[in-house]
Design a protein around this ligand. Structure first.
Ligand code: SF4
Length: 581
């Protein structure tokens, strides 16, 4: 049997699978197929491979181009089964990958004879931008193209389909016990990931469902408790054995990000705010580090600030564990969504502004110092959603004032993510969809976004990565308008723009020289003073416009001493380690 797994990429409230991230779905699917049919030949291809094949370029598909015969096309022709994975529930901005949707994949695969399966969160629809209502159109189209639309767990369905097709149930969920083998066997698919081995970060699952939702119900907009009605925590041993399999294959970047709250791992249910379990988190990360001695990235993702604020002692221990076993540049994303208590109540949000403030403070105290890769060890991120029912002008102002208070009090927040609410069928928000304010408050939303970007983000970025910071191992990913954009591998990495074209796919150490609203400008170091262009030379500390002509006139320099004779001996200290000749 030949199987093609087509990754259209996924982004959900708890889980990411957009390159350089390899998400859980392709890995589990691969493992389930391997377990069911040892001899199956499984090819992992991405939506970008299909775009390149059928459109001749990366980007949005157009019908007008003649398809190229390629390896991808041959795989699809010979495949007995095509498994498409997709779904965007929390759309963001992606640096070098564009997630797909059913409409696009349908054009590419509909004429192939293979049986077709759709898996991942796509069955609930996808939102490619905030401020939209997801309709059943995508689902209707999915049913017309795919033989099976999987509403339960893709891996469970695939295993059943390949071992006992008659009983294969697209609604079936698997347990973590069943997942054990799929997860380990599925690690192997990483070999086919375009960034393998050193430009891939794998998303690791520890929990499904939302502990807060179990206590008082989910947040109005969230799909996590709609998909998973109960909370299940994965065994430490199962996570460790999967991580080991990936590490043994050469993976060095991990994000333990597939959970709604890492501080609630194996917590005790307790109404709105579960009681955290620091011992379990310690066992988890100690176990992971015991099998990943040379890990380069070990980060996490979401946390409920209410847990941290209400259990500061336990949470302090957990934060210290994340630092002890993890790597710097780690970010815990807090879902505040709105600082207006009325909006919070109406939408059943998880934490108050005061709780979020306390949680930010605790993380700053523990994680604020800078690590060897140039970033603070562990910082909070804040998620804001605009357009929720109940919002008034005062709500936007309250959220702005909350963020301003963090700034004025000298606290650090790694990033503020502002989304416009998306209405998914099945969520509590669906019943309030007529009260969604994205259209009505369009101008207000635009105004406050602008205000936050200018008055909060910019000074905050300057605090988090001041000029002169050196960010280590920044991966160059795209060229745009003569610039190169890159980022470190990790959770919510900063986007760095370098004012020249650099070879893509390579890692660079970058000296930060300037700040934008959400990204920073840097130059790769060490700077070769004999060959580097004037624009970059000018950005070196203590050089500037006036000194550059002197450098250009006198080069080549035979040594650093020769260079400092020309630019001035007093600059030597400031440029130590930053130049070469
Ligand atoms: S706390 Fe709210 S947003 Fe977070 S997973 Fe639970 S329901 Fe979703």
């Amino acid at each position: 049997m030949i199987v093609a797994i087509v990754d259209g990429y996924t982004d959900e409230p708890a889980g990411l699978g957009v390159p350089p991230y390899l998400g859980i779905y392709p890995r589990y699917a691969y493992g389930a197929i391997k377990k069911a049919q040892k001899g199956a030949r499984i090819f992992y291809i991405t939506i970008d491979d299909l775009r390149a094949t059928f459109v001749g370029e990366r980007g949005i598909a157009t019908k007008n181009k003649t398809p190229n015969f390629s390896k991808t096309q041959k795989i699809l022709e010979k495949a007995g089964l095509i498994v498409y994975i997709g779904g965007l529930h929390t759309p963001g901005k992606y640096l070098s990958a564009v997630p797909s949707q059913v409409e696009e994949i349908a054009k590419f695969i509909k004429n192939y004879k293979a049986e077709k399966v759709l898996g991942g969160p796509a069955f609930m629809g996808s939102a490619h931008m905030g401020g939209t209502k997801v309709t059943s159109k995508e689902l209707r189209m999915a049913h017309s193209v795919f033989d099976y639309v999987v509403y339960g767990d893709l891996e469970a369905f695939l295993f059943d389909y390949l071992t006992n097709p008659r009983d294969a149930d697209p609604l079936r969920f698997r347990s973590y016990t069943e997942l054990r083998d799929y997860a380990v066997l599925g690690a192997e698919v990483v070999r086919q990931f375009p960034g393998y081995p050193n430009k891939v970060i794998v998303e690791i699952e520890t929990q499904r469902g939302c502990p807060k939702a179990m206590g008082i119900g989910g947040c109005s907009f969230c799909t996590e408790p709609v998909r998973y009605r109960t909370v299940e925590d994965r065994e430490v041993e199962d996570v460790v054995v999967e991580v080991k399999a990936l590490y043994d294959l050469g993976v060095r970047h991990f994000r333990v990000g597939r959970q709604s709250c890492i501080f609630s791992y194996r917590s005790t249910p307790n109404g709105r705010v579960p009681i955290p379990n620091p011992e379990a988190v310690e066992r988890l990360f100690r176990g992971i580090r015991s099998v990943t001695p040379d890990v380069k990235t070990l980060h996490v993702d979401n946390a409920n600030p209410a847990v941290i604020a209400n259990y500061p002692e336990e949470s302090t221990t957990i934060a210290k564990t994340l630092i002890k076993y993890g790597t710097p540049g780690n970010v815990v994303a807090f879902g505040l969504e709105s600082a207006d208590p009325k909006v919070a109540k109406l939408n059943n949000l998880n934490a108050t502004a005061e709780e979020t403030y306390e949680a930010v403070k605790i993380l700053n105290e523990i994680g604020g110092r800078r690590g060897p890769n140039g970033m603070p060890w562990l910082l909070p991120g804040i998620n804001i959603i605009f357009g929720l029912p109940g919002e008034t002008k005062k709500s936007y102002e309250a959220t702005f004032q909350f963020l301003k208070r963090l700034l004025d009090d000298g606290l650090m927040v790694r990033r503020i993510n502002i989304r416009q609410v998306v209405v998914f069928p099945g969520t509590p928000l669906w019943n309030m969809r007529n009260k969604v304010k994205t259209e009505k408050h369009k101008r207000l939303i635009h105004h406050y976004k602008y205000k936050i970007r200018h008055e909060i983000d910019l000074p905050m970025l300057k605090r988090v990565v001041p000029t002169g910071t050196i960010l280590r191992e920044v991966l160059a990913e795209v060229h745009e308008n003569g610039l190169t954009f890159g980022r470190q591998l990790g959770s919510y990495p900063l986007i760095v723009g370098v004012p020249k074209k650099m070879e893509l796919g390579r890692f660079y150490d970058i000296l930060i020289v300037d700040h934008g609203f959400r990204s920073i400008t840097g130059i790769p170091i060490p700077v070769n003073v004999n060959t580097e262009n004037p624009k970059i030379l000018e950005m070196l500390p203590a050089i500037g416009k006036k000194t550059v002509p002197k450098i250009l006139y006198h080069r080549p320099f035979s040594s650093e001493d020769d260079f400092f004779k020309v630019v001035g001996e007093e600059k030597r200290k400031l440029l130590r380690g930053l130049i070469t000749s």
